[in-house]
Design a protein around this ligand. Structure first.
Ligand SMILES: *Cc1c(COP(=O)(O)O)cnc(C)c1O
Ligand SMILES: [Zn+2]
Length: 420
């Protein structure tokens, strides 16, 4: 049976596992020692790799706070930390009411140290880079990965290189990468082209790749799922029916699915308790939605992509082979939303005090659309993931918000303006 199902059996540790950790190819099942060499894909078939554990954890194995609370589910006990994780699971009562579901909570990943969930992946990825003894870290990025890599690389004292699509990265993100000391190369092409180049560099041994193609990044991002399940259960006495998230390279979708598979294998969760993974893309960059709607097990590359939600402006989601089974196996779905729907959702979240960047608001826009279509029922308990902070993209925030009103330097004039 494929390893990418909820029912897949726990496999025995291969001989070259280290402390019960190894890498396995999701396509052919080949296994590899985790830290003996730099490896992003299967030597035999070029398939994606994932980390495997001899002992998948239960909630009893977790202690402490943040990403490293979950070290029993990670390849190491600690890492280069700023620290990350432990993000709020907001109540949004007005939004819950207007969307029309039983429960709506918002897991705001914009509250991580550099303002996006990418920090969770980076704390683990940079720890692995130290283990491997590499000296230059690199990524292609729509912005947030570069900000996280720059900060965690700086913390670890390692050189960082980021490739960005010229003119398509929000201002806050470039500023972060720049101040944290990354070398920034702006490529005359989209994100997918940047990722092609950085994969070539990594293959030639020029840099250690920390995009979500790197299986250890996804280990850190798995902790989003662990936090949601633990906290939702503590508050509500049950698990959410559905988790709705924005999809770009589909790393988070893959990571959440892996989180659930491991909890089912350890006996912590029953397969029918697993939340339905529901992915949302922008209409102008929706290869995953296309694949789900057509029942494909792969995505077709979109060469032209466009959306205001620059963090998910991606036409070739590298993690699709891990993420599509996650959507299918959990009974989830995927939906595309327009830029206007994204901006509306950004305003609705802001009206609850939750400030997010456009890509993040896609989750709420997608939920609203699926609720309107009757795909999501009114009895459902839903968690929407908001992936990045409002300040990441100040231009989009200013455009979505109201305009400041100029007034003279005079109290009476101010009162007059206020309409008194
Ligand atoms: C990276 C990112 C995404 C996309 O996540 P994937 O794991 O690549 O699907 C969505 N939103 C924000 C804000 C991001 O930074
Ligand atoms: Zn393989």
């Amino acid at each position: 049976m494929s390893s990418m199902t909820l029912a897949a059996e726990q496999d025995a540790a291969p001989e070259d596992a280290e402390d019960g950790v190894w890498l396995a190819c999701i396509e052919c099942g080949a296994t590899f020692a985790p830290f003996d060499a730099v490896r992003y894909r299967c030597d035999d078939c070029d398939g994606l790799l994932e980390a495997r554990y001899a002992d998948p954890p239960t909630f009893e194995d977790f202690e402490g706070e943040g990403v490293w609370r979950y070290s029993a589910a990670l390849p190491f006990d600690e890492g280069v930390s700023l620290p990350e994780g432990n993000t709020p699971l907001h109540y949004v009562p007005r939004l819950e009411e207007s969307v029309g579901v039983n429960t709506l909570r918002v897991k705001h990943e914009g509250m991580n140290p550099t303002g996006s969930f990418k920090d969770r992946g980076m704390t683990v990825g940079v720890r692995v880079a130290e283990e491997l003894g590499v000296d230059r870290l690199a990524c292609a990025s729509t912005g947030n990965t570069s900000a996280a890599l720059a900060a965690y690389g700086a913390r670890a004292g390692l050189e960082t290189l980021v490739l960005l699509p010229a003119g398509k990265v929000a201002a806050g993100k470039v500023a972060q990468a720049s101040l944290h000391g990354a070398r920034i190369l702006e490529v005359d092409g989209n994100f997918d082209a940047c990722l092609d180049i950085v994969q070539d560099l990594a293959e030639r041994g020029e840099a250690y790749l920390l995009n979500s193609l790197n299986p250890f990044r996804l280990e850190g991002q798995k902790t989003i799922g662990l936090e949601i399940l633990e906290e939702f259960y503590a508050d509500e006495g049950r698990y959410p029916d559905r988790i709705v998230l924005p999809v770009g390279n589909a790393g988070n979708t893959a990571a959440l699915f892996k989180c659930f598979r491991e909890l089912v294998r350890s006996g912590q969760l029953d397969a029918d308790e697993v939340p339905r993974l529901t992915g949302v893309q922008a209409e102008g960059a929706a290869p995953m939605v296309e694949a789900v709607e057509n029942g494909w097990d792969h995505t077709e590359r979109w060469d032209e992509v466009e959306t205001r939600a620059t963090a998910i402006r991606i036409g070739n989601p590298v993690n699709a082979p891990k993420a599509l089974p996650g959507i299918r196996e959990t009974g989830g779905t995927a939906v595309a939303v327009s830029d206007e729907e994204i901006t509306d959702a950004q305003r609705s979240l802001a009206a609850e005090g939750v400030g997010v960047e456009p890509a993040s608001a896609a989750s709420v826009a997608g939920l609203r659309k699926l609720r309107d279509r009757g795909v999501v029922g009114d009895e459902e308990d839903v968690v929407c993931l908001t992936t990045g902070h409002l300040l990441k993209d100040p231009d989009a925030a200013a455009e979505a918000g109201g305009d400041p009103e100029p007034v003279p330097n005079d109290t009476d004039a101010v009162l007059e303006r206020l309409g008194n």
